[in-house]
Design a protein around this ligand. Structure first.
Ligand code: ATP
Ligand code: MG
Length: 379
């Protein structure tokens, strides 16, 4: 049974990128009607020709569609009355005033967390390659390594630098590698001793620091490499970054699926929509001309169908992934036509389609100017 509360909680993840608040707190959700598995959502936009209309509509539809038990979503938009607008403006103003931004991640940044039930299925390889591929495609991309103790992204990107703070802002500046802004505990820890020192201090706080004390700047995408399984990090993420969405990685082995479903369940319970599934370590194309399904076959499709989400990509086993990851040469930068590299690039392109970047033209964050414009509108 879909409840009104499920829908409202989900809608709290839809943001008006210009006003920097979610559509529920901004009073833009006018009604929610649930009839069986159909949900109708009424949204009042600040102006009928709101440039962000499509984005808000699409986000709403995609998120509500991802609630278990929902199979049809209707989004109706209307223009706000002067009175509704006045209410919205006071909320937006209060938010702007209190603009002790809860995190340094801009509300216009699309956040995609890469998770899995089992360890070692290729989350980090995918996070790194997708981030680099998105950057190659011209997007501004950050990569947050949320695998606090099992970090692997610095090695995969070949980074030796350490994180430093900006003298003025006192915020930590990410290290730039292959066009991607990277933050990882691997860029802090020098020796085993410092590792131990950080351990107690940071385990609970690390993710929070990475979101609140890092100068991420304006990014189109923030990719988050999660540790395996369900846990505190995933919970903390949904709390601090309500706009986060999840991609579930699985191997083609059908038995792996049950474990993967648990991560997706957990994501959904905390109202983090699942964008889709990426299958990794699929058939290895052999020089003999045959394809060897080392880890079985069909698991990705089955999981995607189970969850009612798209299969974003199926990435083949490819010997080039391993040395690429060990020597800081992600396969998407390979010039040898690596099959995994091509599939990773396709995965990134498909993700951009599914989670398009916020409309940059209109997302200048100049809330004051927008409010003035709204104020001048006729009733
Ligand atoms: N498509 C692939 N072909 C061949 N090797 C791969 C592929 N994907 C990942 N690997 C290799 O598998 C190993 C595990 O990958 P990776 O570290 O990305 O997984 P993970 O899910 O992040 O693991 P963990 O759960 O430990 O964080 C690495 O050695 C990586 O190089
Ligand atoms: Mg990993």
């Amino acid at each position: 049974m879909v409840t009104r509360n499920d829908v409202i909680k989900t809608l709290e993840g839809v943001r008006d990128p210009e006003l920097g608040g979610n559509i529920v707190e901004l009073g833009m959700v006018t009604d929610v009607d649930i009839t069986g598995a159909s949900v109708e959502v009424g949204i009042a936009l600040t102006v009928a020709e709101c440039p962000l209309r499509n984005q808000i509509e699409n986000d709403t539809r995609r998120r509500v569609q991802a609630i278990p038990g929902v199979d049809h979503v209707d989004v109706r938009t209307t223009a706000m009355t002067k009175k509704q607008r006045a209410g919205l403006m006071s909320v937006a103003r209060a938010k702007a005033r209190a603009s002790a931004e809860p995190t340094q991640v801009s509300p216009t940044t699309r956040v995609i967390a890469i998770g899995s039930g089992k360890g070692g299925v290729g989350k980090s390889s995918i996070a790194v390659n997708v981030a680099v591929a998105m950057s190659q495609a011209g997007f501004r991309v950050g990569l947050l390594d949320a695998d606090i103790w099992g970090f692997s992204t610095p090695r995969m990107l070949g980074v030796e630098d350490r994180l430093e703070a900006n003298e003025d802002s006192k915020l930590i500046v990410p290290v730039e590698a292959k066009g991607v802004k990277l933050v990882s505990t691997g860029l802090i820890i020098e020796t085993e001793e410092t590792a131990l020192m950080w351990r107690g201090l940071m385990l609970s706080k690390a993710l929070e620091q990475f979101l609140k004390q890092v100068e991420w700047g304006e990014l189109d995408y923030l990719i988050i490499d999660l540790p395996p399984g369900t846990g505190d990090i995933q919970m903390a993420l949904t709390r601090m970054l309500p706009q986060a969405e999840m991609v579930v990685v699985t191997t083609p082995q059908r038995a792996a699926q049950k474990v993967a479903v648990r991560v997706a369940d957990m994501a959904r319970r905390s109202h983090m929509p699942v964008v889709g599934v990426i299958e990794n370590m699929a058939g290895l194309a052999c020089a003999c001309g045959r394809v060897h399904d080392v880890f079985g076959e069909g698991g990705g499709r089955e999981l995607a169908d189970d969850l009612g989400v798209p299969l974003i990509a199926s990435i083949p086993l490819d010997p080039e992934v391993v040395p690429g990851g060990d020597h800081g040469a992600p396969v998407v930068t390979s010039s040898t036509g690596s099959p995994a590299g091509i599939a990773m690039r396709d995965a990134a392109a498909r993700l951009v389609e599914l989670v398009p970047p916020a409309d940059l033209e209109t997302c200048t964050g100049r809330i004051a100017k927008i409010l003035t414009e709204l104020e001048e509108l006729p009733a």
